[in-house]
Write a protein that binds this ligand. Sequence first.
Ligand code: PHE
Ligand code: ZN
Length: 878
Amino acid sequence: MASETAPVRLVDYRVPDFLIDTVELDFHLDPKATQVKSRLAVRPNTEGVADLTLVGDELKLVSVTLDGKPLEAGAYNATSDSLVIRNVPSAPFTLEVEVEIDPSTNTKLMGLYRTGAAYCTQCEAEGFRRITYFLDRPDVLAVYTTRIEALKAEAPVLLANGNPQQSGDIPGTDRHFAIWHDPFPKPSYLFALVAGDLGVITDRFTTMSGRDVELRIYCEHGKEERCAYAMNALKRSMRWDETAFGREYDLDIFVIVAVSDFNMGAMENKGLNVFNDKYVLADPDTATDTDFANVEGVIAHEYFHNWTGNRITCRDWFQLCLKEGLTVFRDQEFSSDMRSRPVKRIADVRTLQARQFPEDAGPLAHPVRPEIYYEINNFYTATVYEKGAEIVRMLKTILGEDGFRKGMDLYFDRHDGQAVTIEDFLSAFHDATGVDLAQFHLWYSQSGTPEVVARGSYDPKQKTYSLSLKQNCPPTPGQTTKKPMHIPLRFGLVGPNGDDLSFSDATGARVEDNVIHLTEAEQTVVFSGVSSLPVPSLIRGFSAPVRLSVDLSPSDLLFLLRTDSDPFNRWQAAQTFAIRDLVARTGAKVRGEALDTNEPFIDALGEVAEADALEPAFRAQILQLPGEADIAREIGRNVDPDAIARARAELRISMAGRIGGRLAVLFDSLQSKTAFSTDAASAGRRALANAALDLMVANRDRAAIERVVARYRNADNMTDRLGALSIMAHAPLDERLPALADFEERYRNDPLVLDKWFALEASVPAPETLDRVRALMEHPAFSPSNPNRIRALIGSFASGNQTQFNRADGAGYDFLIDFLRDLDRRNPQTTARLLISFRSWRALETGRRNRAEAALKRLDAVGNLSTDARDIVARMLA
Ligand code: PHE
Ligand code: ZN
């Protein structure tokens, strides 16, 4: 069934017919019937347009006046999704509109809705139109003043964007009000309001120019102490943006609110960020080291949007990566500076490969800047965010540190207060550095992951090393042929002792500062003056988001794993070795053959794990084998998830057998005797201990199992406790059953912690898991309308449990589709996100492929799907 709504196309962009300079909002909050009055200063922006069309979404008009006069019935037309005013003046005018909305039935969590007993808003991308009729598009920038009135008892806290202006009681009533004013013109998607009975922590920050800023984090009463880490991360983010980018905060107050019902991670509303509480609340008893790192990263991300997104915003939604890709890049850099840069890079590349590569290789592939959409909510993707960030990173590689900073400075200077495009962004870098970025622009318009094939040959007589490079980007929906892109390949030619060999000259491509600029479909780079046969170390630091194939022998890979000066490529060498083994092993399983164990590889991993000169967090990354989904992606077609799981288990068993003893010594040496600390080094030791233990139990070694059980029981922090529990669940060990029950009992009253339990229960690779997931939907803590609960239980099953979601009988697919059919009526956005678990269905073996297709077709046949779900299903089946 085709999409029923008309698509939006980039080529159709037109400037708005009208602009709105100021917006005065007045909210009378009521759970069932909130009155919203808006007073808009409107001004024509193009010639000869007689009618003003404002958009709405599920609105009920109460009244409308123009320049103070009520409009006659024929002068306007109001429906729930538009308000057309006919023959408006050609000079500026004031429009006053009153609507009534019902926040308590708003289960889409877009617009004004309830979370717990509080009121909150979410407006990106198109939620403001669910609050009042408006020109709800990002290129209409207005100065907002917001008055909120509510029952004092129900909502003692009243918040909106900007600075607080006035507040007080309303005499003779049990109500009060507050007025907030945001002097910075902004698009409607950055509007926010929060009201309720909330706890708070406060702090202060002095900006580099001496401005004193009040900081507040609001949360549910009783959770204030769990906000301390987020506050600390906020202050570090504010300082970092000053040092790294010269950007300081610009209002008198910065407020964060943690809410428990939220479709996404968090939202950068000007001066009033609203967060999914999972990215704010963290203390050692309830949050893992990964949670702490995520809180730090998301706090930074939303704060950094103040400049990249808010002060400079997007002209239209096709430009989403302008703010998201850039801001992800900025938060990744921040976290790298706060923690270990190589470990952060490895983690980010893992995410990119796990989330973005499959998107680029499947039916949902789209350019980083799309050119057409049916539902913008569906473009908050790994491609826009993560690949978008990779593009900014490549830009920095191409321009160098100084050139990049000059370009950013010019961008901020030139476009402050504007709504701009990717072309404006790239022009700033071109104008600041003189570098031609015309070919580089293709990264924004061509979808698909380029493949780079490299072949090297050494001439010992001439002392030359030739590297032949080919690039090719496979076809993607709507794009059959691609042009060669500008791919910056950071590299080294590693000599026998592990140092990079020097060369006197390089021809065939521009080679500068250890970067080869691959710009053509085929190029051969010839290095002269190379003293001996090198092992090429290519795409160091993952300098481009491509798939590399290079003719390295197993011993070359082990050599790089042991000696490469680039830590990222040491990790990459281990991954490449493991994935080759696992793909071959899977093939052997399918054919019923056996494959030998590669002992030198396992020994090399053991050596790296023990190498005290390396950071523990890095060693932990080396020990983690590619996951089942990574192997499936590499195999690419006719995927049998059961064979993959058996192959991976087999390799793990060999590892446990061969180096389990050494890992046990390592594990014991990592047991901390000092008090718990969240710092990156301590977290690294915990990660390494967990990674070692995870391998040690693979062959069901009794002593290893005792260690994991004891680690669970004796843990004094959530990282160790959950680490042990997840090792038991994933193995899966029988010992998991009492431990999972214990965990539920301990944390049953803490929804965020219980989410970890829901997620683990759903990811147990055992045939009974689907029934268990069904049963847990009846658990008192599960709620079929809370996105965090849904993602924890259903999302983890669908995207984190390869064998059970992809059961051969198709029951996993049917379960998900039935659930989503129901969820779609309440929350389309979350439905569409969960549907993405099907994105690689065409790569499955025939039986599963047919069952997945049948399940998707069943959903497609449902008549009243949301545009969100309809769009994903249609593209998935196209
Ligand atoms: N703009 C948010 C971010 O920082 C994400 C988001 C999009 C949140 C849409 C809510 C709705 O990435
Ligand atoms: Zn963002």
